[in-house]
Design a protein around this ligand. Structure first.
Ligand code: UDP
Ligand code: MG
Length: 335
């Protein structure tokens, strides 16, 4: 690495008018401190990504940008979810900086971990994961479900860093490689380890939200878990195949048993057992079809090659052509 790196802090924001005025000051103080320490260049920026908020979030961001040159913002044309918002920020920052750090805007991630992240980058790491050292501030429910989530992902062969969410440093080189991962179903936690390069973790304590409320209730967390597994692993389908084979063998034995009994004339009424088997097989088949359907749905979405985000506004002039703005990633096929 040569020279002082330019850092872009990527901050996804969705209906965060309550918390932004508080945390933006914290972000700015941190950036100014890092600049004064000579760790990052003065060209570094805090890039807010407005994820189609319906409140005053975007107006607040544009006001920040007018107040201090270190603040910039982009706005998505509609709400696309946290993962897409972070991706939009990363792709927008590509080639404008040397490193990015993605961080939530609610003050939960300890901003002071950035120093260690930048030091790790100076030591040659291209990816630095922010990892929660403990989960004291979580409710028992959130803690248990989150731990179950990581265990489930790992058991399905999805490589994720335990207790790491989306607070991470990645270098411009990694962003360029990530841009080649063209999938529409995005699960950055699982995708970044697939890019590779030298990586390390820094540990921090996660706080409670400074203001506002979480956008991740159980339903959305479950959706994220299912997305993570089905986007990055085919193990559930393999499991179904294995299960199908075992059930087929059992059924085959059952058929022989039934024929033998019929020939010997010892057939009993057998209503209960028949009903049980029909229900069992019916249930399993529906479940398996559902899992397979989940994958087919994913394939369907992937084949459309729709843009993963659409940037409608920026607080600065971007020299890209209007066509580039709509599809900032290299297109993989023509129409
Ligand atoms: N977020 C977003 N789009 C969404 C939902 C959330 O950009 O559709 C942002 C949100 O503003 C925050 C981050 O993603 O900066 C994490 O969301 P939240 O704090 O609600 O999740 P939690 O920390 O409770 O898991
Ligand atoms: Mg949060």
């Amino acid at each position: 690495m040569t020279g002082i790196p330019v850092l872009f802090v990527i901050v996804p924001c969705y209906n965060e008018e309550k918390v932004l005025p508080i945390t933006s000051e914290i972000f700015l103080d941190k950036i100014n401190f890092l600049i004064s320490e000579g760790k990052i260049s003065d060209a570094s920026r805090i890039m807010f990504v407005n994820d189609g908020s319906t409140d005053n979030t975007w107006r607040i961001i544009t006001d920040f940008a007018k107040k201090d040159a270190h603040f910039i913002g982009i706005s998505q044309s509609r709400n696309r979810g946290h993962q897409n918002a972070v991706l939009a920020g990363l792709m927008e920052a590509m080639d404008k900086c040397d490193i990015t750090i993605s961080i939530d805007c609610d003050g939960q991630d300890d901003i002071n971990a950035m120093d260690a992240m930048i030091d790790a980058y100076a030591d040659g790491c291209e990816v630095v994961y922010g990892v929660r050292s403990k989960r004291d501030t979580d409710t028992v429910f959130k803690r248990t479900t989150a731990q179950g989530f990581y265990k489930l992902l790992n058991s399905m062969g999805v490589e994720v860093v335990y207790n790491h969410a989306d607070y991470r440093l990645i270098s411009n080189r990694v962003i360029r490689e990530l841009a080649n991962f063209g999938e529409v179903n995005i699960f950055l936690r699982g995708m970044v380890p697939l890019v590779g390069f030298k990586s390390t973790s820094v540990y921090y304590e996660r706080n409670e939200r400074i203001a506002g409320k979480s956008h991740y209730p159980l339903k959305k967390m479950l959706a994220l878990a299912i997305d993570g597994i089905t986007s990055l692993s085919v193990k559930p389908i393999r499991f179904i195949s294995g299960f199908g084979i075992v059930l087929s063998v059992i059924s085959f034995i059952g058929i022989i048993w039934a024929i033998v009994n019929a020939v010997r004339g010892t057939v009993v009424s057998g209503w209960a057992s028949t009903i049980c088997i029909v229900c069992f097989i019916g249930g399993i088949q529906l479940l398996c079809l559902g899992v397979i359907g989940e994958y087919i749905g994913k394939i369907y979405l992937e084949t459309k090659h729709r843009p993963r985000y659409i940037i409608s506004e920026r607080t600065y002039n971007d020299e890209k052509s209007p066509i580039d703005l709509l599809s900032p990633l290299p297109r993989r096929r023509g129409f």
